[in-house]
Design a protein around this ligand. Structure first.
Ligand SMILES: [Zn+2]
Ligand SMILES: [Zn+2]
Length: 110
């Protein structure tokens, strides 16, 4: 399980914040937790502000494991949508912005 290391309370808090629906397509089915900034890019913390609720399908898209469709051209586009979604809740103090993960789009935008 991708989300096995996220504790129950954190998981519940994220689901609750996102109204138990996929943040991208609004589906309430097969919801899962996704890391907004992946571990490989410095987003190692299993904290609420780096987690987002996605349905199974959007989650697979986000990881490049499902074919893209008319809504989502690439996993990168989904990654950016996730960042924007979570940033809406936590801006302007959202910490991943300061990590330089999006140097082009987000530099200095915090
Ligand atoms: Zn979805
Ligand atoms: Zn994920």
């Amino acid at each position: 399980m991708i989300s096995a290391s996220i504790d129950r309370n954190t998981r519940k808090a994220v689901y609750r914040r996102d109204h138990y629906r996929c943040a991208l397509c609004d589906s309430p089915k097969n919801i899962q937790i996704h890391h907004v900034i992946p571990r490989s890019h410095g987003g190692a913390l299993n904290s609420e502000d780096n987690l987002i609720t996605l349905c199974q399908h959007c989650h697979m898209l986000a990881h490049g494991q499902a074919p893209t469709n008319e809504y989502w051209a690439s996993p990168e586009e989904i990654a950016q949508a996730c960042v924007e979604y979570v940033a809406d809740y936590y801006a302007p103090g959202w910490w991943p912005w300061k990590k330089g993960y999006w140097p082009c789009e987000w530099n200095g935008g915090g």
